[in-house]
Design a protein around this ligand. Sequence first.
Ligand SMILES: *Cc1c(COP(=O)(O)O)cnc(C)c1O
Length: 399
Amino acid sequence: MSLFPNYQRDSLTFVKGRGSYLYDQSGKKYLDFGSGIGVTNLGHAHPKLVQSLQQQAASLWHTSNLFTQPAQEEVANLLTQASQLDAVFFCNSGAEANEAAFKLARKWGHEVKGVTEPEVITFSRSFHGRTIATLTATGQEKVKKGFSPLPAGFVIAPELSLYAVEKVQSPQTVAVCLELVQGEGGVYPVPATFIGQLVAWCQANQILLIIDEVQTGMGRTGEWFAFQHYGVKPDIITLAKGMGNGFPIGAMLATSELKDLFSPGSHGTTFGGNPLAMAVAKGVCELLQEPSFLEQVKKKGQMLLAHLAQSLHPLQIVREVRGLGFMIGIELSHPATDAISALRCKGLIALPAGDRVIRLLPPLIVTIDELKKAVDLIYQTLSVEEEMGENDAKLEISE
Ligand SMILES: *Cc1c(COP(=O)(O)O)cnc(C)c1O
């Protein structure tokens, strides 16, 4: 094996994807409720996106950001219309989008707020990426281990409360950055009351609000962006995962007040926003824009959450079912790895999050029948686990 062993990969290999399904080498079909970690939101091999990419591939791949690329302006317009933000920077991943956001916030700190050592507040259980700055911003020790020295300028609030934010605030604070549903950390939706308080606090203290929408954005929660559920307006948002439906792309969006801080030469990327990525991202935006598409996602997400909560309620091993839109977590009383493997054998792909959470990120195009099938499979699998656990317990007592 010539790959770094930084992933504990499953031996399962997929050779084809269509809509909500993946197919392995033997032809076995899997309902894909992982969407490649919230990426293939519009399903595999979406005909419109395949066509966009093929057409672009036959005409022009790359020219660099030294030249005008009209498709960038088109995609930027679609994103600013959808978000009510004003300026877009394209990059290639979520971590890069967050790097851009932190750089912009620091520049604003220096040039507008007059701060010398700008600090960004993030939260425990958060995930913001794997680059040196974004792993420092991440509120999970396991991603930092072995990578010191970590850069200065990040402080982590120990919980999602204003009390915790005020405790770590300093005169150097320039921004607060958070996910509205903590994805990797275990699918924790942020309480709406805290979001309201935080927005007011940021305004009162002249502090920027950065929402990391890398996982929650692009329709995942039933709105274009998760912040739209709460009627708040962030200063900066970051996007990536669902934006290219599998083609690597990221973006950082900000308000007009911040736009000119990224003056010529201040930030850049070789690949970001290249013609291939733009062709796909434009297709993705157009599909999300279709009348009632997001309305359907919202309805189906509520339905999935309600059905899961109802059918899993009798099981002792299920601690909680929670989520927003098509970002759902099933917290168990023990590690979720066995349940996730058992689901895989039954033909349902689900993902882990945190230690004990089964994370469901169905494609937004999933049908109601497919949702029902998934709920049945999850119920069957978890009730078998529960029975096995009870039998083990009985065995222990009798021994
Ligand atoms: C996945 C993720 C990232 C990192 O994205 P990459 O494309 O892997 O760099 C950042 N923030 C959140 C919330 C994510 O879910």
